[in-house]
Ligand binder design. Structure first.
Ligand code: TYD
Length: 212
């Protein structure tokens, strides 16, 4: 809940190759046009702060123990919330983050097998607000598609980082955990069928209304 803030928090999620990067900048522009009086802050995880960007390099390049990886993801997130997200939301801004905590549940939990209880604990640790509620995006746009299609798309466009080198089974588990989170918190999630053409996806994104 971000109810104590006048801002609005949006996260973009999906398995690597789902196509979120294709649309996130255009979505930012759309929000800015719709809400000219509000500043739109674009950010990403892991990253979003100077320290977080350093952690991102380590996280995306270096193999590490699973708990270490989860702790570093959440350490970067804590810094991101404290330095960027909370102040922006308190000032009434619209924050758009390329990934947030659902990615930790999906990748470290679903993909690599970290227990839900540890993830819930880290989430509580890092996202509890001064009023005791848990900071979550107001809206999470989840690009969903089968791992096989995402894999085929990825192999065309880029040199893979540590996560992108994982096998199909890993990405299927990541996808299932995203879908489980979406089901659990249906009011927060907007599911995008990412097998559609980019044009059809964009037409769908333009229909999203936010309660500002
Ligand atoms: P991504 O957002 O896909 O950026 P790019 O488009 O530059 O590759 O890359 C971030 C990677 O980090 C992605 O593979 C998912 C992973 N990740 C986690 O494993 N856990 C997390 O909590 C977050 C935020 C990201």
């Amino acid at each position: 809940m971000t109810s104590t803030y006048t801002g609005y928090f949006i996260s973009f999620e999906g398995i690597d190759g789902a196509g979120k990067s294709t649309h996130i900048d255009a979505f930012r522009t759309l929000m800015q046009e719709r809400y000219p009086d509000r500043e739109v802050v674009m950010t990403r995880e892991p990253g979003g702060t100077p320290l977080g960007e350093q952690l991102r390099k380590l996280l995306l390049d270096s193999p590490m123990n699973l708990e270490t990886e989860a702790l570093l993801m959440f350490a970067a997130r804590r810094e991101h919330i404290a330095q960027v997200i909370e102040p922006a939301l308190a000032a009434g801004k619209i924050v758009i983050s390329d990934r947030f905590t659902d990615a930790s549940f999906a990748y470290q939990g679903g993909g690599r097998g970290l227990s839900l209880s540890k993830l819930n604990e880290l989430e509580r640790w890092v996202q509890t607000l001064p009023n005791g509620s848990l900071l979550q995006p107001n809206l999470t746009i989840l690009f969903d598609l089968p791992g096989e299609i995402a894999e085929a798309r990825r192999s065309k466009v880029r040199t893979p980082d540590k996560f992108e080198q994982m096998n199909l089974d890993f990405f299927e588990k990541v996808r299932q955990e995203y879908l489980r989170r979406a089901k659990e918190d249906a009011g927060r999630f907007h599911l995008v069928d990412a097998t559609q053409t980019p044009e059809a996806i964009w037409n769908g994104l333009k229909l999203i209304q936010i309660a500002l």
